[in-house]
Design a protein around this ligand. Structure first.
Ligand code: HEC
Ligand code: HEC
Length: 445
């Protein structure tokens, strides 16, 4: 073989390869411009003392009625700011993540514990799977506490932090409970409609500790100790969440910032599908990959159910009473989504492959839902009555339909794209766990 021919043999495939790569980047760049895809805005720097105060509160079980649960129990840095199980185990539970076990006569929390990545971004205007907390400091906040929500909350994330402590199964406990020291749980005795008293009592608990008093004084020098409310604790918790859980340096972010080598080919093909014919970005749109609207996508119903509709969870419908909101849940954001399983509002799916497959044919996946991957105790809770399944299917959002069927290869590419949304830094946030907290309660389960 002459050298000239050899060059041709190598050069032609290389040219073809180069051409397809350029074409893929062109395609993706075109979509990025057409759909105006941008990275989230950077968050403002947080006061380090406030972050430290928030960190201690986030890990302190003092905030729960029985002194046995902290925010970190369900939003743990070593578990991608969630708890790695389908439905959380709150008050009365022991252990962390997959090892966590239920207390006697307790029930699971009805919805999956979401990650809290990037929830301090300016773009967020809803909280919870049913968006029951929403708004902004400028427009005012909407929340289940209505006019009882105190003044002085600095942002939506702080408003959210007011509520886990009022929830009986998450943190507050049941009337008649005793705390881990055998003392009566005074927080659980307060009437549920009196959130402001719950917040006041909790703040009294917190301010008993000199370290907390010192930190609050530094963070709020102009407010007398007796005028401090739980909203000030909530502001500090939000500052900590922003500082610790803002993670926006995934390969996809790097690609958006101009580094075309940040994604491999499968990830680029996946992105083209995601923003193109797979139609994912109809709902998973904007800098956080969510429209923050509610949609029913026919997710199998498992768990104890929520509110008046128990054992069913009607989702956003319970807030609005609008027919189109029946079984609708807020589109989840997708940054770091590969780390945050199990997925969906109730953790019904244990793999991202199943999540993608469900989106492509919700009817079939709902009808043929396989419960064997669920924790044993949740398997019998799958609501499989024909009538319910029919109601769920009837109301499925018609934007869910992809333009055409996707091949196995295309589904794999979509999966690769979802993995490109992971910020490597997420693996390192376990460093932020404090060794001890002012109450002296154990930090590690
Ligand atoms: C027992 C588990 C548990 C504990 C403890 C807990 N959470 Fe949550 N958290 C959840 C669940 C479940 C949801 C979703 C509930 C819903 O949507 O109805 C949630 C939602 C959130 C959200 C909203 C995220 C979003 O995407 O809308 C934030 C932020 C959050 N929690 C922060 C906190 C903070 C701060 C604390 C402590 C004050 C805390 N959580 C305590 C389970 C828990
Ligand atoms: C009609 C709006 C809509 C479209 C289109 C859509 N999704 Fe979703 N997606 C949702 C909603 C709503 C949920 C949560 C549903 C629930 O839990 O009940 C969800 C959940 C997810 C989750 C799980 C996230 C988590 O944290 O639990 C992933 C991953 C996901 N979608 C990826 C995709 C992909 C990939 C596509 C394109 C094939 C897509 N979605 C298309 C609305 C949509």
């Amino acid at each position: 073989m002459k050298p000239k021919n050899l060059t041709t043999y190598i050069a032609i495939p290389l040219l073809i390869l180069g051409f397809t790569t350029i074409k893929l980047d062109d395609q993706l760049q075109h979509l990025i411009q057409e759909k105006n895809i941008v990275a989230p805005e950077a968050i403002p720097n947080q006061d380090p003392v406030k972050v430290e105060l928030g960190r201690l509160l986030f890990f302190d079980k003092l905030l729960s009625g029985n002194k046995d649960v902290s925010c970190a129990t369900c939003h743990h840095p070593a578990l991608a700011s969630a708890d790695a199980i389908a439905l959380p185990i709150g008050v009365g539970g022991k252990g962390l993540g997959k090892e966590r076990i239920m207390g006697e006569d307790r029930e699971r929390v009805p919805r999956n514990s979401p990650d809290v990545f990037n929830r301090g971004a300016k773009e967020w205007h809803t909280m919870f799977w049913d968006s029951r907390v929403s708004g902004s400091p400028e427009e005012g906040f909407v929340s289940p506490a209505d006019e009882k929500l105190p003044e002085g909350l600095e942002n939506l994330l702080a408003v959210q932090a007011m509520f886990p402590v009022t929830s009986r199964d998450e943190m507050r406990g049941e009337a008649g409970d005793r705390d881990v020291f055998g003392e009566p749980n005074e927080i659980a005795l307060i009437s549920p409609a009196s959130e402001h008293i719950i917040w006041h009592r909790l703040m009294m608990r917190i301010l008993e500790y000199p370290k907390y008093r010192r930190l609050f004084k530094v963070v709020y020098p102009d407010i007398a100790l007796e005028d401090l409310g739980f909203q000030h604790a909530a502001n500090a918790i939000a500052a900590f969440e922003m500082a610790a859980f803002t993670l926006n340096d995934s390969p996809w972010d790097q690609y958006l910032a101009g580094n075309s080598k940040a994604l491999n080919k499968a990830q680029k093909r996946g992105a083209v599908l995601f923003y193109g014919k797979a139609n994912c970005s109809t709902c998973h749109t904007g800098p956080l990959l969510t429209d923050q609207q509610s949609h029913n996508i026919g997710v199998p119903q498992i768990g104890p159910g929520k509110g008046n509709a128990r054992p069913i969870d009607v989702g956003r419908y319970a807030e609005t009473g609008k027919k189109e909101d029946l079984f609708a849940f807020r589109t989840p954001p997708l940054k770091n989504v590969a780390l945050t399983g199990p997925w969906m509002h109730n953790g019904a799916y244990q793999s991202l492959e199943e999540v993608i497959a469900h989106h492509l044919n919700p009817e079939k996946h709902l009808q043929q839902f396989d419960t064997s991957d669920l924790p044993e105790e949740l398997q019998p809770t799958f609501a499989d009555e024909n009538q319910l399944i029919r109601r769920l299917i009837k109301n499925i959002d018609d934007q869910l339909k992809p333009e055409q069927d996707l091949s196995k290869g295309e589904m794999k590419d979509l999966l690769s794209f979802l993995h490109a949304l992971t910020d490597e830094g997420a693996a390192e946030i376990a460093r932020i766990i404090p060794r001890r907290v002012p109450s002296g309660l154990p930090v590690i389960d």
